[in-house]
Design a protein around this ligand. Structure first.
Ligand SMILES: *[C@@H]1O[C@H](CO)[C@@H](O)[C@H](O)[C@H]1NC(C)=O
Length: 140
C-alpha cells in the first residue's frame, strides 16, 4: 500500500460580513489564505470565489471593489470588472446559485496596513447582487 501524501491545497472559507441585504452569499474563498484575516503579500495576486444566490434577474453585472482604510472607502482596482466574464453566466437568473471568480492583485506600492475589502457586484440597476466585507492585512 503506497501511502504517498498527495499535495493538495484546501481552501478554507473566510469570515466575512454583509454590507447589503441583497442576494444570499454562502461561501467566500480567498486563495492562498491560511490566516484570519488573510495576509496579502505585495506583488502577488489572490483568487476570490464568492458563492451566492441571486435575488433578482439581471442582464449585466459589474464589480465595484473598495479598500476601507480608517473608515474611508478607497477604490481598489481589479483587472476584470465585468461579472459576466468572471465565472457567471449571464443573464443572471433569480434564485440561481453562482460562483463569482476573480483575482485581487496586490500592488507593490500599497502600504503594509490592515484594511477591510468591500466587494460589491451590481446589477442592471446598479443595485447590489451582493455586497460583502472581509478584513485583510497587506504585508511585504
Ligand atoms: C468556488 O467555491 C465553491 C464553494 O466552495 C466550490 O464549489 C467551487 O468549486 C469553487 N470554484 C473554484 C473555481 O474554485
Amino acid at each position: 500500500y503506497d501511502s504517498t501524501i498527495i499535495n493538495c491545497t484546501f481552501v478554507k472559507p473566510i469570515i466575512f460580513s454583509f454590507c447589503s441585504t441583497s442576494g444570499k452569499v454562502a461561501v467566500v474563498d480567498v486563495s492562498p489564505c491560511n490566516t484570519q484575516p488573510c495576509q496579502l503579500h505585495k506583488g502577488q495576486s489572490y483568487s476570490v470565489n464568492v458563492t451566492f444566490n441571486s435575488g433578482v434577474e439581471s442582464q449585466t453585472s459589474k464589480a465595484v471593489v473598495h479598500g476601507i482604510i480608517a473608515g474611508v472607502p478607497v477604490p481598489f482596482p481589479i483587472p476584470i470588472e465585468d461579472g459576466c466574464k468572471s465565472g457567471i453566466q449571464c443573464p443572471i437568473k433569480k434564485q440561481q446559485s453562482y460562483h463569482y471568480l476573480n483575482s485581487l492583485p496586490v500592488k507593490s506600492e500599497y502600504p503594509a496596513i490592515k484594511l477591510v475589502v468591500e466587494w460589491e457586484l451590481r446589477d442592471d440597476n446598479k443595485q447590489d447582487l451582493f455586497c460583502i466585507r472581509f478584513p485583510v492585512q497587506i504585508v511585504s
